[in-house]
Design a protein around this ligand. Structure first.
Ligand code: C5P
Length: 213
């Protein structure tokens, strides 16, 4: 990857899971270590970009010269992203919870032997919202699927109107240090055979730079 390929560009990245509170001690979340998003942030910084990383809860260290904003819920993540716009590039790697508890309890819910029902409401789709802005940055999405990767990923790319979407199989990547990726863009599919996530992230940034130019 050419050094300085993203010099002067502002790149906004989301990473990690979101945490949707049920009460002050419980919540709903997704399986996501944040490793891929942090690797993408590092690769973008290596290419000279000014990188802002909006991160859900992870145990990872912030990559060098990356500015990090910590958030918990999808609503917090959306607010942080909108506050950090405009940017030249937006890369949504976070595994955002699709639903939140409609009215989280302010005090700990007491256990009982009865069952309980949680009323869930849909969370905003941060990536779709950013991609639909009149001055939208170049938007990149991620899709972790458990089956029919190409069909689901390409459908998602078209629905969210993204120039680039990165697909992977959930069972191959969750929590792991390596990933096998497929890049989907207007010209078709590009496979990145299994490699560590930083190597994959550098390939992704190189591909993105080519599409930007
Ligand atoms: O729709 P789905 O969640 O499968 O799409 C995945 C892509 O959309 C990822 O890039 C993810 O970060 C982004 N996304 C988002 N906000 C959501 C849900 C997904 O930004 N509420």
């Amino acid at each position: 990857l050419r050094q300085g390929a993203l010099a002067g560009k502002r790149v906004l990245i989301t990473a990690g899971p979101t945490f949707e509170p049920i009460d002050p001690v419980r919540g709903l979340t997704n399986l996501s270590s944040g490793k891929m998003g942090y690797a993408v942030a590092q690769a973008a910084a290596e290419a000279g970009a000014e990188v802002w990383l909006v991160s859900g809860p992870t145990c990872l260290a912030t990559p060098a010269s990356v500015r990090r904003i910590d958030v918990q819920s999808a609503a917090d993540m959306r607010d942080a992203v909108l506050r950090e716009l405009p940017s030249d590039v937006f890369i949504a790697v976070a595994a955002v919870a699709d639903y939140r508890v409609d009215a989280a309890a302010t005090q700990k819910i007491k256990k009982s032997t009865d069952g309980m029902t949680l009323q869930l409401v849909a969370n905003p789709d941060i990536l779709a919202e950013v991609a639909a802005l009149p001055d939208a940055p170049f938007c990149v999405g991620f899709a972790a699927e458990t089956e029919q990767l190409a069909e689901h990923a390409e459908a998602k790319r078209l629905r969210k109107k993204l120039p680039l979407l990165v697909g992977n199989l959930a069972q191959d990547t969750l929590g792991q240090d390596t990933a096998e990726l497929v890049l989907f863009d207007d010209r078709g599919q590009h496979r990145l055979p299994r490699a560590d996530k930083l190597t994959q992230a550098r390939h992704l940034i190189r591909h993105l730079v080519n599409l930007l130019n």
